[in-house]
Design a protein around this ligand. Sequence first.
Ligand code: APR
Ligand code: ZN
Length: 366
Amino acid sequence: MTARTSAAAIYSGTGDEVEIDRIEVAAPRRGEVLVRMRASGICGSDRHVLDGEWNVPSPTVMGHEGAGIVEELGEGVTGLAVGDHVALVWNQACGGCVNCQSGTPWACTDLRSNECVMPDGTTRLSRSGEDVFPYLAVGSMSEYAVVPASAAIRMPEELPFDIAALIGCSVNTGIGAVLNNARVTSGESAVVVGCGGVGLSILMGLRLAGAHPIIAVDRNPGKLELALRAGATHALLADDATADEIQRITGGGADVAFEAIGNSRTIPELPSHVRVGGRAVLVGMPPEGSMIPFDVLDLCYRGITIIASNYGGSVPARDFPRYAALYLAGRLPLDLLISNRIPLEEANGAFAAMRAGAEARSVVLF
Ligand code: APR
Ligand code: ZN
């Protein structure tokens, strides 16, 4: 098959904006699929890159939270057909290493997708003959993407594409942190600091798990309103009294607390929100190279477990279909994660809105 040209949101490696330009997308190679993108969420991780907090090879097609329709199969692909609706995986596990074989593909030891290349170290994207790199080997802010077939998870046709896209990152990251990493059980008390797409997904996961009370913290009042709809029983505006309020509501600290911002001030405070023997779950990711201090003596004395979560400790082929089914059954109010549905041309406005923090997710529709 011939290459496609595709409109894409490209980050040049400098400045804090994307440029909308056309790229060439080569045909899928063996074991890969070409996907006609239909939706791409704009995530905090894309913003980290634009704000110079994380380094990636450039130029980069941004976006890693996407869904679309399989348009072409590379050689040897089984289990997917042209026309299948799929949500894309950005942690593209090899399937063969000891961690993949042990059921923890998020800890794949042969991962290449974090380098923004295909498993063989190359890219299918180019512009005027120059390599262009798909962010996290997805590059979903583009009309077309090529991914390994194992990174395209079939979704029910009745699932809207914007919801499928969010399942590919924020939902899987947030709910997975609750169910897979923290293994929250019914009746446990919980705190969530930061109520963006990831934090709101954590809140929904906590409600599914039967946690109570569920305390949401954000500096933005609009987010707290969403938090209550997502499952929080208490919503606290972040200020000097937050820590005391959490102690009061939980009677001495929650069983489990989640940080979903990646902020160097809120991360070290997290253990203080949990009880003796409680767990503090790090979900938000700080700028590259951040060294964040903890009061280690306090952690030891109080027997606090720190859990570092990546991609919700998920098994995407198992978890994505579960979240889709729960949404379709009315048990996950994922629509509230989406504030704006926008064309690709408005991507920079969506990043500005994310920095302002007033709204939930923007999703690009193609
Ligand atoms: N105190 C309380 N809330 C804060 C603070 C603070 N100091 N700073 C930011 N927030 C809130 C914002 O108001 C917003 O609601 O944190 C939320 C962050 O949400 P988003 O910017 O939408 O980010 P999101 O996509 O949810 O990702 C969060 O998780 O996976 C990681 O890379 C991702 O580090 C990012 C984090
Ligand atoms: Zn993401």
